[in-house]
Design a protein around this ligand. Structure first.
Ligand SMILES: Cc1cc2nc3c(=O)[nH]c(=O)nc-3n(C[C@H](O)[C@H](O)[C@H](O)COP(=O)(O)OP(=O)(O)OC[C@H]3O[C@@H](n4cnc5c(N)ncnc54)[C@H](O)[C@@H]3O)c2cc1C
Length: 430
C-alpha cells in the first residue's frame, strides 16, 4: 500500500505515524510545500519573540523521518487525477498512490479591503509569514492588528515584545465576542491594558493607505479615523486551503467535504484536519474544525480507516486552550458567549482579576455540569471531560474541585473562596 499525504502539518504527520504503526510494511510519502520537516505551527509566535529558535519548534529530529521510512517530498501538489490515482507536483514529478490523504490546512482570510496587498500587510499562518513579519517590522514604531480573535492577540503580543506600539481593531463590543462571555473578555482586556495595547472595540478596518513606494503608511477605521502605522496584521481567521482540491473533481463547499470516515467523494481519497468539512457534524459540533488537537485526532482516526479498520470520527467533549499575554485560558464542553436560557452559569473571579472559573450547568438535568472556562488557572482535562460525560451535578463538582486541580497552589489559594461563593448562592436560592 502506498499512502501519499499532502501536507506535513499535525494532521498529515499524525496520520503517517499511525499508519506506520498499524501497517509496518506500508510505503508512506509526505508532500509539503512549506517546510521540509514538520514543525509546531502553534509555536510560531515564540520564534518571533525570541523565546525559541526554529529548530526548537520541530518536535522530531531530522533523522526521525528516514528512520521511520517516511519519504519526504518538498514541493507543491498542483493537480490530482483520481482516475489514474496520481498527483502532479510543481517539480514536474508525478506520484502514484493507492490511498491519498489531503491534509492541506488553511490559509489566512482576507476581506477584500482596499490596500490589503500593500507591502507591510499580512496574516500569520506559516513560515513565509514569519519571515515577512521579521522583515517588515524591523525598525517600525506602530502596527495595527485587525481582528479580535486568537491570532489577533498573538500578533499584538509579538509586536509588544519588540516594543512596537500596537492598536487592535475589534468588530465586537468586547474581545472575541463570538466565543468569550463578557466577564472573561474583560480579563483579556485587562491584559491588553497592562501591556499598553490600544484596543478599539466596535471598530472595523475600512481601508489601508500606502505611500509612494507601495508600503503601508496608515489605516482608516470604520469611524473614519486615520491611524498612521507602518505594518498591518490581519487576524480575522482562516479558511480551508482548497488550492489542490479545486484542481480536481473532489467535492468542496467551504472545505473539502467528507463523511464520518473522512472519505471524500473520490475513491481512496480522504481529507482531514483544517481543510476538511464534515457533511454531517454531530450534535453541538461544527463542520470545520481548525484546531491543533482536532487535527491530531482526525489524522489518527483516518489512518485506521486507511488501514482497513473503518473508524468514524468522533470529536467528543469540546476542548480548547490559549494564552492571552500572561493569562492562560482553557475551555471544556459548552460555554458559549451568551449563556442559553435553559443553562445556568456559576462564575467566580479573584478580586485581582488575574484568574476566574466559570461552570455552566443544566437545572433541567439535575444540575449536571455542561462546561468549564478556566482563566489564569489550570484544570485537568480528563477530570473535566469525565464530569461532563457523566453529567455530574455542580454541587458535587464544586465539592471535588481539588481532583481537577492541576496546580496544588490553586487548591490552597482559591478553592475555599470558590466553595464559599457557591454556598452563598445556594443559600440565597433556598
Ligand atoms: C499562529 C497560529 C497559532 C495557532 N494556535 C493554536 C492554538 O493555540 N491551539 C489550537 O488548537 N490551534 C491553534 N492554531 C491552529 C492549528 O495550528 C491548526 O488547526 C493546525 O495546525 C492545522 O493542522 P493541519 O495539519 O490540518 O494543517 P497545516 O498545519 O496547515 O498543514 C498543512 C500543510 O500543507 C501544506 N500544503 C497545502 N497545500 C499543499 C499542496 N498543494 N502541496 C504541498 N503542500 C501543501 C501547507 O503549506 C501546510 O504546511 C494556530 C494556528 C496559527 C496559524
Amino acid at each position: 500500500m502506498h499512502l501519499v499525504i499532502i501536507g506535513n502539518g499535525i494532521t498529515g504527520v499524525t496520520a503517517a505515524q499511525t499508519v506506520r504503526r498499524l501497517q509496518p510494511a506500508a510505503r508512506i510519502t509526505l508532500v509539503s510545500d512549506e517546510s521540509e520537516h514538520h514543525y509546531s505551527r502553534t509555536a510560531l509566535m515564540y520564534v518571533y519573540m525570541g523565546h525559541l529558535r526554529y529548530q526548537d519548534i520541530k518536535p522530531y529530529e531530522d533523522w526521525f523521518w528516514k528512520e521511520n521510512r517516511l519519504e519526504l517530498v518538498h514541493g507543491t501538489a498542483t493537480a490530482l487525477d483520481a482516475d489514474q490515482h496520481q498527483v502532479q507536483l510543481s517539480t514536474g514529478q508525478t506520484i502514484s498512490y493507492d490511498n491519498l490523504l489531503l491534509a492541506t490546512g488553511s490559509v489566512s482570510r482576507r476581506a477584500g479591503w482596499p490596500g490589503q496587498d500593500l507591502l507591510g500587510v499580512q496574516g500569520l499562518y506559516g513560515l513565509p509569514d514569519l519571515a515577512q513579519m521579521e522583515r517588515d517590522t524591523q525598525g517600525i514604531s506602530r502596527g495595527v492588528v485587525v481582528g479580535g480573535g486568537l491570532i489577533g492577540v498573538e500578533l499584538a503580543e509579538m509586536l509588544h515584545t519588540r516594543r512596537i506600539a500596537a492598536t487592535v481593531l475589534v468588530r465586537d463590543q468586547h474581545y472575541w465576542g463570538s466565543v468569550l462571555p463578557p466577564e472573561e473578555a474583560e480579563l483579556v482586556d485587562k491584559q491588553f491594558r497592562q501591556h499598553d495595547v490600544d484596543v478599539r472595540y466596535r471598530t472595523e478596518l475600512r481601508e489601508i493607505l500606502g505611500d509612494t513606494d507601495g508600503r503601508v503608511r496608515a489605516i482608516v477605521t470604520s469611524q473614519g479615523e486615520e491611524l498612521p502605522c507602518q505594518w498591518v496584521g490581519l487576524g480575522i481567521g482562516v479558511t480551508p486551503n482548497l488550492s489542490l482540491a479545486q484542481s480536481s473533481t473532489v467535492e468542496t463547499d467551504r472545505g473539502i467535504l467528507v463523511n464520518e470516515l473522512l472519505q471524500t467523494n473520490l475513491p481512496d481519497v480522504y481529507a482531514a484536519g483544517d481543510c476538511a468539512q464534515h457533511r454531517q457534524p454531530g450534535a453541538g459540533e461544527v463542520p470545520i474544525e481548525q484546531l491543533w488537537y482536532t487535527g491530531r485526532m482526525q489524522g489518527e482516526t483516518v489512518a485506521h480507516t486507511i488501514c482497513g479498520r473503518p473508524t468514524p470520527y468522533r470529536r467528543g467533549v469540546w476542548f480548547n486552550s490559549a494564552k492571552f499575554f500572561n493569562l492562560e485560558y482553557q475551555t471544556y464542553g459548552q460555554v458559549p458567549a451568551r449563556t442559553p436560557t435553559d443553562i445556568e452559569s456559576f462564575y467566580w473571579q479573584h478580586p485581582t482579576g488575574n484568574c476566574a472559573l466559570r461552570i455552566n450547568f443544566a437545572p433541567h438535568a439535575h444540575d449536571a455540569v455542561v462546561g468549564f472556562n478556566a482563566m489564569g488557572l489550570r484544570l485537568r482535562q480528563a477530570v473535566c471531560e469525565n464530569w461532563i460525560k457523566t453529567q455530574t451535578p455542580i454541587h458535587t463538582v464544586i465539592g471535588r474541585l481539588k481532583t481537577a486541580n492541576f496546580d496544588p497552589e490553586f487548591y490552597r489559594r482559591h478553592e475555599p473562596a470558590i466553595q464559599r461563593q457557591f454556598a452563598e448562592i445556594l443559600a440565597v436560592k433556598r
